[in-house]
Design a protein around this ligand. Structure first.
Ligand SMILES: [Zn+2]
Length: 98
């Protein structure tokens, strides 16, 4: 009886190892499908978030506050404290480009 118990235990251990490897490979497969599911879920979540990011982008696209300017040399928006002057065309130039 004892031998019978030992035999299936060893077998179960080996089978468990095999099953772990199988599970790993299966997890990879399932992981791929899980990513798809997550992507779908994320897409649903991103829809409202995309609007927010769009607003943020809009704000960034329209960043010119009265105390800000866009350097016509590097085309970066700077606070007017970074304004070094104007070029021949009267376009603002930041200190980095002056
Ligand atoms: Zn500049």
């Amino acid at each position: 009886m004892a031998t019978d118990y030992d035999a299936p235990r060893n077998t179960s251990d080996e089978s468990s190892d095999d099953s772990i490897e199988e599970l790993k490979s299966r997890r990879e497969d399932k992981g791929g499908s899980a990513v798809d599911l997550d992507a779908e879920a994320v897409e649903g979540i991103e829809l409202p978030g995309a609007d927010l990011s769009g607003e943020e982008l809009t704000v960034r696209v329209l960043p010119l506050q009265q105390d800000e300017f866009t350097c016509m040399t590097c085309f970066l928006v700077h606070h007017r404290t970074q304004l070094a002057g104007q070029d021949k065309n009267g376009q603002p130039i930041c200190r980095d480009c002056s």
